[in-house]
Design a protein around this ligand. Structure first.
Ligand code: C5P
Length: 403
């Protein structure tokens, strides 16, 4: 868990993006962080303390006193000094302005001014408010204070307008927080793509052609990459795995064509791609819209070739991008794998041999050889898929160093 024992104070202010802060808190807790949440008076218009106290498993702070008659004082200095990091998400234009000018007319701002820990800010507002000279000045000031500003994204805004102002996605904020606490991680701040699992090629509404791939090797790879600090896009075919990792973004697909589409959507932003999916080479030429009826003693299916995702990405890749593929061979293993590596323009190929018991589909273990473009290879013994994933990830990181 990448944020084990880290104390994170999340400050939520009055913006429609406040609902996304709930997901951020959930992800932080999943990463092992200890989380406390403050809500500004404006935030209370959008979300309730109960949502955040349930998710953070801690009381939520919104005022200096618990309630008017209780006489219980919430200590802003104590809370500020407790935190290892304060994250203001979403940060409204109003709160940004007050932070930049040292105003402290609510509990959240008083706590901010008392904080000695680093501060991360994820602004969220309408496009024109974000572009306003006042907001630009305030952000410049806050940057000069040493705060880390997470630039808002472009896209559709709650107002219906298009433009910059959308709060950074919770997953991006998590990536930035992890990078902050682990500056030495080799893949910090980088995006990687992993394909995994089988593909199902539809015959009719109730039948498909598939294979026995479980996706376990791909998930082990995705997890090992996330542990090195990467944000992982896991494009995965139908599976029964429980995938719940704050740095793994799952793109669920069914067919080879869908898998290719999902890969192409993120490939250009990924420095590293690992293709561990067992992609069907062929799909039915026709997909029947009605269930195919039982007829004579024979049924002939016509199949057509699927796109080769590895080869497509191999052609598309730029110099700074590295591509790792898998090969599952039964004869002349190394020769065939090396041929595949060259044909698909890969930078490394992982050879699984089905000859070895305990290696391959559905098992917990695997036995591999690594083969590089200069035909150098290295053989490994039978080991857990986790250990295999670590070896592959270390080799991939070495590839990135050479680009
Ligand atoms: O050609 P072969 O299927 O043996 O190549 C295996 C490698 O190519 C694996 O990395 C697999 O994920 C990838 N592949 C692919 N698209 C295909 C077939 C294989 O990405 N259509």
């Amino acid at each position: 868990m990448m944020l084990e024992k880290k104390k994170i104070l999340v400050a939520v202010t009055g913006s429609i993006a406040a609902y996304k802060a709930a997901y951020l808190v959930r992800l932080l807790v999943q990463c092992g962080a200890e989380v406390k949440v403050m809500l500004s008076p404006g935030a209370l218009q959008f979300v309730t303390p109960l949502t955040f106290s349930t998710l953070s498993k801690n009381p939520v702070f919104s005022d200096f006193t618990e309630n008017k008659d209780s006489g219980v004082w919430n200590h802003h200095v104590e809370l500020a000094l407790w935190a290892d990091l304060m994250v203001v998400a979403p940060a409204s234009a109003n709160t940004l302005s007050k932070m930049a000018h040292g105003q402290s007319d609510n509990f959240l701002l008083a706590t901010y001014m008392s904080a000695r820990c680093p501060v991360m800010i994820a602004p969220a507002m309408d496009h024109d408010m974000f572009m306003h000279g006042g907001t630009r000045d305030n952000l410049r000031k806050l940057r000069d204070f040493g705060h880390h500003i997470l630039a808002p994204g472009e896209g559709e805004l709650a107002s219906g307008l298009l433009g910059q102002g959308r709060m950074a996605e919770p997953q991006e904020i998590i990536d930035a927080i992890i990078a902050h606490f682990h500056p030495a991680l080799p893949l910090k701040g980088q995006q990687v793509l992993v394909t995994a699992g089988p593909t199902y090629e539809k015959l009719d509404p109730v039948r498909f052609i598939g294979n026995y791939s479980s996706g376990k090797m791909g998930l082990a790879l995705a997890t090992a990459l996330a542990q090195k600090g990467a944000h992982v896009h896991l494009v995965i075919g139908p599976n029964h795995l429980k995938i719940q990792h704050p740095q793994i973004e799952v793109h669920a697909v069914e067919s080879a064509n869908e898998m290719l589409g999902a890969c192409l959507a993120v490939f250009d932003q990924c420095q590293l791609t690992v293709l561990s999916a067992a992609v069907a080479d062929y799909r039915p030429a026709q997909q029947a819209t009605e269930k195919i009826k039982k007829q004579g003693d024979h049924l002939v299916l016509e199949l057509v070739k699927n796109p080769d995702i590895a080869a497509t990405l191999g052609q598309r890749k730029k110099k700074h991008q590295k591509l790792v593929g898998f090969a599952l061979e039964t004869t002349n293993e190394k020769e065939h794998a090396a041929d595949k590596l060259h044909r698909k323009n890969l930078d490394l190929i992982v050879l699984n041999s089905l000859r070895n018991e305990g290696a391959g589909f559905g098992t917990e273990t695997n036995q591999i050889s690594l083969i590089w473009p200069d035909n150098i290879s290295q053989d490994f013994g039978l080991m857990s898929k986790q250990k295999v994933a670590e070896i592959i990830v270390d080799a991939a990181i070495d590839l990135l160093k050479t680009s």
